[in-house]
Design a protein. Structure first.
Length: 461
């Protein structure tokens, strides 16, 4: 149940859902022989949305599924695809005993399984040979009704240009390992870019998305957590990986989250340091922290399972609760570590966070003291973090701020604030909490404190 509804003083605009496609590079090659049904089936079982495969043309004009033109590496037999009939190539066995397949054989095998989808790479020479590959591909796509289950990518922009002419409804993705290959002429007949993770940047992704182009990233990955934690925090549309199970793990963790732009400075207003995470989706820690009163630059944010995280570096995220865009420390740190008690008999509730307080963690109890562990004042209502959860400051009395405590830094900071900037629910009856410092206040001193103030029955006026 959403009990509180309020707007921050800045507008948060959600720019996209955070899901991405997982594409098994040649299937699941770290487990099984690449580009075999066993490898493809394993990739889908591990969570892949698509499997990637490569095409060459045999001597008798069959589309042959193989990354290499020379089959020595995968079959142990030296055979150039373009120099042999497919009837011979189909007899060559891979490490798992499966043969070299034609695309027609794979389409036939998977035709009745609509969940199986392919990202097909057209392997072409610099001279764009063989010239007949695209017409054969389009013929097979139509024959096996694969129009909604196929995307095509290639290093050859000429191949994609032909595909646009022959079958414009099929998504076309240009593979690039250099930014020099991207230009407006190329972008005019493709739907997306498949780019090396070594050169992809958030700015490039933003530009390509602005131009309505999808962004896929290819990387061998090697299941390096740091590489994954960086890559999946980018707003990519898909990743082509040798490890579909790992890609799926991150996809599920990120699924349903929302990312948004911030681009602001903020001040950390928690009483203890807060850990920096490489990835908020799987709670991967960096081993470093943000310290109290530390100022950081926030580039963007993400909401994961109802919690908001801020991005403060290439692969650095922090829980957003105790970060304030108000950079005047006195307005927050005045109250940090102070004691609060119930203001009345209403027994208000404590929530999981101050930005979207949906989950109730507990209820404040009468006569119990709570320490302020963090402050959030980004909305119209200031929130305090306590050991039982986040509470609205208006529901409690703040103890320990009084003209009597002139030596207290927080007290000095409080009275140095403009009147309109001060919270007004300050307790004037701190006999029990601060007996050594309590003395009778004059009426003039009472008026010095920002009004209206809550006065307990035993206040000495």
């Amino acid at each position: 149940m959403r009990k509180f509804a309020f707007l921050s003083f800045f507008l948060v605009i959600f720019i996209f859902q955070s899901g991405f496609l997982v594409i098994g590079h040649r299937g699941n090659p770290t487990k099984y022989a690449e580009e075999t049904t066993q490898s493809f089936n394993s990739a889908f079982a591990d969570g892949a949305d698509y499997v990637e495969l490569d095409l060459h043309v045999s001597k008798d004009n069959q589309l042959v599924v193989s990354h290499d033109r020379d089959l020595t590496r995968i079959t142990g037999t030296s055979a150039i695809v373009s120099q042999n009939f497919f009837s011979y190539l189909n007899t060559l066995k891979q490490a798992n005993g499966e043969p070299v397949y034609s695309l027609a054989q794979l389409f036939s095998y998977y035709q009745k399984n609509p969940k199986v989808k392919f990202l097909i790479e057209t392997k072409k020479t610099k001279a764009n040979n063989p010239k007949n590959m695209e017409p054969f591909l389009v013929e097979l796509i139509k024959k096996y009704n694969m129009q909604d289950r196929v995307m095509v990518h290639s290093f050859s922009y000429k191949s994609l240009k032909v595909m646009q002419k022959l079958m414009p409804e099929i998504p076309r993705i240009f593979i690039v390992g250099s930014l020099k290959r991207i230009n407006f002429d190329v972008l005019s007949y493709i739907d997306g870019i498949n780019i090396s993770s070594k050169i992809v940047t958030p700015a490039l992704i933003t530009q390509l998305h602005y131009l309505k182009k999808k962004v896929f990233v290819w990387d061998q990955m090697h299941e390096d957590p740091k590489q994954w934690n960086w890559l999946v925090n980018l707003p990519i549309d898909g990743v082509v990986t040798n490890y579909p199970a790992t890609g799926y793990q991150y996809k599920i963790a990120k699924s349903g989250t929302k990312e948004f732009k911030v681009n602001r400075l903020a001040l950390y207003t928690g009483s203890t340091s807060t850990p920096i995470q490489e990835n908020p989706y799987l709670n991967v820690q960096t081993g470093t922290s943000i310290l109290t009163k530390q100022e950081v630059k926030i580039s963007s944010g993400v909401i994961v399972n109802g919690k908001k995280y801020y991005k403060i570096g290439r692969a650095q995220y922090v829980l957003a609760d105790c970060f304030n865009y108000n950079l005047n420390p006195e307005e927050s740190f005045t109250y940090l570590n102070k004691i609060v008690t119930l203001r009345d008999e209403s027994h208000p509730q404590a929530y999981d966070n101050p930005t979207s307080p949906n989950t109730i963690l507990g209820t404040l109890k009468a006569q119990k003291q709570y320490k302020i562990l963090g402050v959030n004042s980004n909305s119209s209502q200031t929130w305090f973090k306590t050991e039982i959860g986040w509470i609205q400051s208006k529901n409690v009395l703040i103890h320990g701020i009084s003209p009597d405590f002139a030596s207290d830094v927080a007290t000095k900071d409080y009275f140095a604030l403009p009147t309109k900037k001060r919270l007004t629910n300050i307790s004037l009856a701190d006999n029990a909490l601060f007996p050594a410092n309590t003395k009778k206040l004059s009426f003039t001193e009472y008026l010095t404190i920002s009004r209206p103030l809550t006065v307990l029955k035993n206040a000495k006026l």
